[in-house]
Each structure stands twice: as structure tokens, then as C-alpha cells.
Design a binder for this molecule. Structure first.
Ligand code: URA
Length: 241
């Protein structure tokens, strides 16, 4: 339970500076339960709070946890150079709250991407020490062979990586589609592992993180959703597949 004044609440939720938030309040743009609120002195309970700004309803969130179905030609970097950045798909408040992608997908990789402003969550999800599996489906140029799968499972050497890197799991879906599961997220890792193993990747999508599956979220490319407690639990061990 925690109480804050309304201007502070709006500020924590990414609606702008305290001054700007006070301006929103003074100009009758903020209401709670249908009632316009002009008071910036009385602390309000934030837990479970819903408020409306210009007819859009917002829920107070201490942290943001979001899953996005990343489309093609979107960059995950903070300073995108050739394509729009991933934050351009999300509400502006998220940028002001310093919401970041959990790990990165290449501009041409599609699929599930988590986004959050919770540093501890970002660290747990991305650090290999926490063994959160990331499931990718790679389309390959050359036909997939049992030898390729064996190599990826055994480990391949990548330029500038001191140790060989191995897939946690790997299976052929069909002649040109491979499911590969990694627990690290090195730069272009799937593409480089496939190249090092003598094939190459022509398209890549991430279908699952932990036990959270993109199909179950029902997100079309470019769509996103807040993660509820049950979905967040799927990002914690035990990981079943
Ligand atoms: N591996 C890659 O090669 N690219 C990605 O975007 C993710 C994993």
C-alpha cells in the first residue's frame, strides 16, 4: 500500500514532469471514477488505482511488463539508425518510464519480445545464469541434416567468443525449419551458430520465452499486451519445454 499525490502519480506513470502533470490536473483532464480531480495535495492510494486522462483509462502500475509481437524492420537499440525503434510501437509514457527491451532481437527477427522498466526483471530474464530458455524457429537456406543438429547441440565456435556455444535443445521441424532453444543472447547468436555449423538462416522468429508462448498470447505482428500475474509466472522456473 502506498499513497501519493495525483501529480506525483501521473509523473511516476510517465505522463511528464511534475509541472506538466499539475497542468493536466488543473485543466480538468484527469478524473478518477468519473470525477474530475483538481486536488494535488491529498495523497491517493495507488494500489488498484484507475484514472482517466482525456477519456483514456489507465491503471496505476508500479512497473510495466509487456509482451510484444515484434514485426520485421523494427530495431531494439536505444538509438535506432535504419528502422523505427521498438518504443515507437508503444505508448509515449513507456519511453518516459525508461521501458526497455529484455535482450534484443535483430531488426529482421520477429516474434515475442518482453519489455519492462523493472531492472531486476530485465536482468533475471536476460542473464544466462538464470537459464530462461528462449525458443527460436529458424528458416534455413540449406536442408537441415542430423549432423547440423548434432553440431548445434555439441557446440560451435563463434568469432570473438572464447567458449563454444551450444543449443540447449534443437530439433528439425521440417527440411528447412529448425527449432533451437538458447539460454544466452549473444549478438546474432542463432544466425552465427547456424553459419558456423555450415548452414545459414534466412528468417528467424522467437516463439517462446520461458513457458510464455507467443501463440497463446494471440498477438498479431506489432500488437502488444500487459502481462498478468499468471503470464509472469510462466517466465519463472520450472521451465517445462
Ligand atoms: N539470434 C539471432 O541471430 N538474432 C536474433 O535476433 C536473436 C537471436
Amino acid at each position: 500500500m502506498s499513497k501519493l499525490t495525483l501529480d506525483r502519480i501521473l509523473h511516476t506513470q510517465g505522463f511528464g514532469t511534475r509541472k506538466w502533470c499539475r497542468e493536466l490536473i488543473a485543466t480538468d483532464q484527469v478524473s478518477i471514477n468519473g470525477e474530475i480531480i483538481n486536488d494535488t495535495n491529498t495523497p491517493i492510494e495507488t494500489s488498484g488505482l484507475e484514472f482517466t486522462i482525456d477519456e483514456t483509462l489507465w491503471v496505476f502500475r508500479e512497473h510495466i511488463y509487456v509482451a510484444l509481437n515484434k514485426p520485421m524492420n523494427i530495431e531494439c537499440s536505444r538509438k535506432p539508425s535504419h528502422h523505427p525503434g521498438v518504443l515507437s510501437i508503444l505508448p509515449d509514457q513507456f519511453t518516459r518510464r525508461d521501458v526497455q527491451p529484455v535482450g534484443r532481437l535483430d531488426h529482421d527477427t520477429t516474434g515475442i519480445l518482453l519489455m519492462s522498466d523493472d531492472g531486476a526483471f530485465i536482468h533475471t530474464q536476460s542473464s544466462p545464469k538464470h537459464h530462461v530458455p528462449k525458443v527460436y524457429v529458424a528458416t534455413t537456406y540449406e536442408a537441415i541434416t542430423p549432423e547440423l543438429i548434432e553440431l548445434l547441440l555439441k557446440g560451435v565456435k563463434l568469432h570473438d567468443e572464447p567458449q563454444t556455444l551450444a543449443a540447449e535443445r534443437c530439433r528439425m521441424i521440417d527440411e528447412h525449419h529448425l527449432e533451437i532453444v538458447l539460454e544466452q543472447g549473444k549478438y546474432h547468436q542463432v544466425k552465427r551458430m547456424l553459419a558456423s555449423a555450415g548452414n545459414h538462416c534466412t528468417a528467424l522468429t522467437r516463439s517462446q520465452v520461458g513457458n510464455l508462448n507467443l501463440d497463446d498470447l494471440g498477438l498479431t505482428p506489432g500488437a502488444w499486451c500487459y502481462l498478468n500475474d499468471a503470464q509472469l509466472a510462466l517466465l519463472k522456473p520450472p521451465f517445462t519445454n
